[in-house]
Design a binder for this molecule. Structure first.
Ligand SMILES: [Zn+2]
Length: 1126
């Protein structure tokens, strides 16, 4: 065989027969130990050389396995001692040095600690000196350089080698383009790149002017390597530049040396050749990093709407916001660079980053066993809770005959007040009205009027049609259409006979398509909805309604190169500044904007319930930068958007960039599309929200984020969500949203419609739990079955039904949770036998919208108090968090009266995971995760909390059991789920998370989720509760068929397994596969942990960022902490 003869030649005739080699080296024979021992003990140079030659041969042909044995037997240290020892007696024997370094190169592949061992043995400088004095002796230089490369991968070594002049030596080796010694050159470049990971070395290199040198060398290779034989070398040069630009000085030197243009031009020339992608990708990464940071074009990052709080929390982000001195620029910091990341860390990074240690334990897991045990005491005196009796009137009702025959109609106060007599509001859009009507009537948007009654919407004079005749026909039609709807409601006077030559368009009969929808009723509901900006307009989609699409909307396949293309377009803003329009076309901060012109700009609007868009800037003819508004009383949480676009040209590709996103990754990188609603399509009978947009990607941009907005961290950037849309119709009005909108007014409308579905069998009651900060009511529903009769037995059965407590939409941006809740409510009100059986089984207490104010005002995360209401359950404040305070009181009342709910579930949406899944609470599973010794495992815990998720996984196609987790985290201790579990004692206390994107398993695998799937989920949840009943009432269990018994066994079998090591995976990482275009921004800023957005440590892990070419193999890392979930 060839390798044998090759090895024999190489070792100068010392070749051994393969059999002997095997014997000598085999682990059992201890042959390696014998060799090493001989090496250690011999004083004779020739013997040493012979032994080294044998070792070299053994490790060459024996592969990693033998090298492993060599390392494990202490060979590394022996070699290093030999190296240092022989260097004390110069001149060193060249053959000896050659042998030792050749061996060390092999050892370096196996021994991760070689760098550290070399430093501790004092070997670094021995090798360095050999390099220094043998620059022309390539035979010796190459192995020495290879060893140096291994040494440099350790950061401490890199600093030390840098001080000894290694950078300068590398630059002596790296000359101009030459086809000779490319191997050597590659090793030198890689060594240099490693060295430049140290900030100290990088500064030294910048000071010596090496950055322009590297750029020149790169251009030299780019020009001369015409046949692309040396892409690896070109990539290594870029690798050096990339590490140099990790420091601020390096980025400045790069800009000064015209690096942007150089890399832009070379990349553009590389683009057509696919094999040069690594060069393009690394170049774009460098350019991205060096792109000068921009200021977000805003006067302040505080919400444009203000709602003064009567009571400002003593500490926390809201207090900070209020204590911010006037005049402080909160948009950008004086110094926007994070120098802290540039300080050399002398004591960490001892080993290569791929040193495999135990996986870092998530320190968010609760380890305090006492915090995992239920709280035994009632924390409030019952007298305080007595007032809540009112909300449980069903327990004291006697159901006298008349009541019994026609269920008591409890019409919510919010819908029966005097407003019924007010004229019907007309939905308006900018394009349907003359400009004078576009603004709210002399109301300053920034001035809150919390104590006023809702704005008299009907006081606005509405022109039926746009002024002038230049407006396109359809827009006229739209205007009239809406008016017609209003006229049908009998509210608007004025001539109705205009626009005669146009075909009369009809309001789509959404009431027929959508049983729970009624445009007129919707408008009625809007009138009693109080918004901080005092909205006077209504979004068309909310008015017309949305009918779920029948067609399947697949998860979008990510096109390779999209991100790169978008980034290049962004870089072109810098390269070709004259192309940039920078025209502000919509601006909530500036009342005189938008300026009405008949130009080519799109028209934007977001001044309607749940709307969110703060500013739109036309960047190029068909490209717009969009800025989202912060949650009220906050300066961040930008994610939810909902806005209207008009004046579009059909058939043109418009690029939209939402430029102030905050999360470090998004399902928009994994196939999720934005939602669009075309009013023209709605009029033409297709009132649908449709997944739309191409070229979608999400990446870090060049707009800096101030430390005020980033929880004190400097040097962070915002992220861009970009999507491209081609409009189908001329003069359409289209709406875009993050997810299917579901407004508070829509909820009220649905509840009215649902209450009308009552039958004699259904007990349905709607109460107002409380008034919110914004003056809206928070509905509380009670749904169950009427007692069979008013005689004693049925009434006592009625009163003994277990309570199921459900809530949703504490986070306004998670509109999917409202659609799931709608499915649940519709099911509960349906007339199927199962629904009746379900109602007979339980009393449902439901708060369908825990945060109406946030929903109304277009917030993403918070209530009007600027706080995340799902972090207030431990100690809710009656004034600041009324809905949580009273919801918790209801639960406390239930507990105090011995009616602790059987199930509590809070519906949420998850923006970074697929499928629907649950989080629950288990003391055992939490303890197991912390690897605390097993003595804690004698904890008694009923595994009943697993039953409902398991049932759901069997019944609901979107539900995924493997995504569920029952681990209690510290950062979640104030969430509904954990508090209800610990304080109220509800064992089955859950958060149910629905994806905003789609499913990667089950029937909907590969599809984006739609409202019908979400509603189905809500209905399946009900069915699962019905099945759960079999497992929670032992008497019934015996009466049921074997099928159910089998399932019971199946469900319970986990109980019989004493050691469930990891019953559910506690997922520390995003469950998304990597995609090719991963971009490393980790060096740019320490962007990984945001204390202010600490909520979701679950997905957090430390950054370990591979460079671009390896990224296809690398796991996508998502390091930001997501405030999204739970
Ligand atoms: Zn949530």
């Amino acid at each position: 065989m060839d390798y044998k003869s090759h090895a024999r030649r190489k070792t100068g005739g010392l070749g051994l027969p393969e059999k002997t080699r095997k014997e000598v080296a085999s682990k059992s024979s201890g042959g390696m130990e014998i060799i090493l021992s001989s090496l250690e003990n011999t004083q004779d140079l020739q013997t040493t050389l012979n032994i080294l030659a044998i070792l070299n041969e053994l490790l060459t042909v024996g592969g990693g396995c033998r090298t492993g044995v060599f390392v494990s037997k202490g060979g590394t240290a022996l070699l290093l001692q030999l190296l240092v020892g022989s260097s004390k007696d110069p001149p060193a024997n060249e053959e000896l040095m050659l042998h030792i370094h050749s061996l060390l190169v092999k050892v370096g592949l196996k021994d991760r600690k070689l760098g550290v061992k070399a430093r501790l043995n004092g070997a670094l400088n021995v090798t360095l000196n050999l390099v220094k004095y043998n620059l022309q002796n390539h035979k010796l230089l190459l192995p020495c350089l290879q060893v140096l490369r291994v040494y440099s991968s350790n950061l401490v070594n890199a600093v030390s080698l840098g001080k000894s002049g290694t950078l300068e030596i590398m630059f002596e080796i790296i000359g101009p383009f030459s086809k000779k010694s490319t191997t050597l050159l590659k090793v030198a470049l890689d060594t240099l790149a490693s060295l430049l990971k140290s900030g100290m070395n990088a500064r030294r290199a910048v000071d010596r002017g090496y950055l322009p040198t590297l750029l020149t060398i790169y251009q030299d290779w780019h020009r001369n390597d015409t046949r692309h034989r040396h892409v690896v070398i070109r990539k290594s040069i870029l690798g050096c530049i990339k590490n140099l630009t990790n420091i601020k000085l390096g980025r400045k030197a790069f800009i000064d040396a015209n690096g942007m243009r150089i890399l832009y031009n070379t990349s553009t020339e590389c683009l057509p050749v696919r094999t040069l992608d690594p060069l393009v990708n690394t170049s774009s990464l460098i350019m991205r990093k060096c792109f000068p940071k921009n200021r977000l074009p805003l006067p302040t990052i505080k919400s444009v709407f203000h709602h003064p709080l009567l009571h400002i929390p003593a500490s926390g982000p809201v207090a900070k916001l209020y204590n911010q001195p006037p005049g402080v620029d909160d948009v950008v910091d004086e110094s926007d660079e994070n120098e802290a990341t540039e300080v050399d860390t002398e004591n960490d990074t001892e080993y290569d980053e791929d040193e495999t240690g135990p996986k870092t334990q998530n320190d968010d897991i609760e380890t305090d066993i006492n915090k995992l045990r239920p709280i035994q005491m009632n924390t409030r005196p019952f007298d305080e809770l007595r007032a809540y009796e009112y909300f449980f009137r069903e327990f004291s009702e006697n159901f006298e005959d008349d009541d019994f025959e026609s269920p008591r109609s409890v019409i919510p106060p919010s819908s029966v007040n005097s407003e019924l007599h007010r004229p019907i509001i007309i939905p308006t859009t900018p394009s349907s009205l003359g400009p004078q009507n576009r603004r709210p009537p002399q109301e300053d948007l920034l001035t809150p009027k919390p104590d006023e009654s809702p704005l008299e919407l009907d006081s606005i004079s509405i022109s039926k049609r746009p002024e002038g005749t230049s407006d396109p026909d359809l827009v006229c039609s739209l205007g009239r259409l809406v008016l017609d709807a209003g006229v049908n409601g009998g509210s608007v006077d004025g001539p109705q006979d205009e626009g005669g030559e146009q075909a009369v368009l009809e309001v789509p009969d959404t009431a027929a398509l959508l049983p729970l929808h009624d445009p007129d009723l919707y408008l009625e509901m809007v009138k009693s909805t109080r918004s901080v900006p005092a909205y006077t307009e209504v979004g068309y989609p909310d008015y017309f309604g949305h009918v779920a699409l029948n067609l399947r909307e697949p998860i979008l396949e990510r096109v390779y190169g999209v991100q790169r293309t978008k980034i290049f377009q962004d870089i072109e803003r810098l390269i070709h500044p004259s192309d940039i329009l920078d025209k502000v076309v919509y601006d909530l901060d500036n009342q005189s904007c938008p300026v009405t012109d008949n130009g080519e700009s799109l028209k934007f609007n977001s001044k309607f319930e749940s709307g969110n868009l703060r500013k739109a800037i036309q960047v190029r003819k068909f490209e717009y930068d969009l800025i989202l508004n912060s949650d009220i009383n906050s300066n961040h949480y930008h994610q939810w958007f909902y806005f209207e676009v008009g004046n579009m040209r059909p058939g043109v590709r418009y690029r939209f960039n939402i430029i102030n996103c905050e999360k470090s990754n998004s399902q928009f990188n994994y196939g999720m599309q934005v939602l669009m609603y075309s009013v023209q399509d709605a009029i033409n009978g297709s009132p649908h929200w449709v997944r739309t947009g191409s070229d979608i990607c999400y990446y870090k941009n060049h707009f800096s984020r101030s430390s005020i907005a980033a929880g004190g961290q400097k040097g962070k950037s915002y992220f861009t969500l970009t999507f491209t849309v081609t409009f189908q119709h001329k003069d359409d009005v289209c709406y875009f949203a993050y997810h299917y909108p579901y407004t508070y007014s829509m909820l009220k409308m649905h509840l009215q419609k649902l209450s009308a579905l009552r039958t004699a069998q259904i007990y349905y009651r709607q109460d107002d739990l409380c008034e919110t900060l914004g003056g809206n009511s928070c509905p509380l529903l009670t749904i169950t079955a009427m007692p069979g009769s008013s005689s004693n037995d049925p009434i006592s059965q009625f009163r003994s039904r277990p309570v199921v407590f459900l809530s949703a939409r504490v986070h306004p941006g998670e509109t999917n949770s409202s659609w799931v809740m709608k499915g649940t409510l519709e099911y509960l009100m349906s007339c199927s036998p199962q629904a009746q059986s379900l109602r007979e089984s339980y009393i449902f207490k439901i708060i369908p919208m825990l945060n109406p104010d946030g929903v109304i005002n277009g917030n993403h995360r918070c209530s009007l108090s600027g706080e995340d209401l799902n972090r207030q359950w431990q100690n809710p404040n009656a004034e600041l968090h009324p809905t949580i305070y009273h919801a918790k009181s209801l639960l406390q009342y239930l507990r105090a009266t011995g009616r602790t709910p059987l199930v509590f579930c809070d519906y949420h949406g998850h923006s970074r995971k697929k499928n629907v899944f649950m989080y629950g609470c288990s003391i055992k599973e939490t303890v197991w995760q912390t690897n605390v010794n097993t003595s804690t495992c004698d904890l008694h815990e009923d595994l009943g909390y697993r039953t409902l998720p398991k049932l759901l996984s069997q019944m609901a196609p979107a539900f995924s059991l493997s995504s569920c987790s029952f681990v209690v985290e510290r950062s979640k201790e104030a969430t509904a789920r954990v508090v209800v579990w610990r304080e109220i004692g509800v064992q089955r206390s859950y958060t149910m998370e629905s994806t905003l994107c789609g499913c990667d398993q089950g029937k909907y695998k590969g599809l984006q989720i739609g409202t019908s799937e979400l509603e189905e989920m809500g209905a399946q949840f009900c069915l699962a509760l019905l099945r759960l009943k079999r497992f929670t009432s032992p008497l019934e269990l015996h009466n049921h068929n074997s099928h159910l018994l089998d399932m019971e066994t199946d469900l319970i079998e986990t109980r019989s397994i004493p050691n469930i090591t990891s019953p559910t995976t506690y997922v520390l990482e995003e469950d998304e596969p990597a995609f090719l275009e991963e971009v490393d921004y980790s060096a740019e800023s320490n962007d990984e942990i945001d204390p202010d957005l600490e909520h979701d440590l679950q997905d957090n892990h430390a950054p370990q960022t591979p460079i671009l070419t390896q990224s296809s193999a690398a796991k996508t890392h998502l390091t930001e902490i997501e405030p999204d979930s739970f």
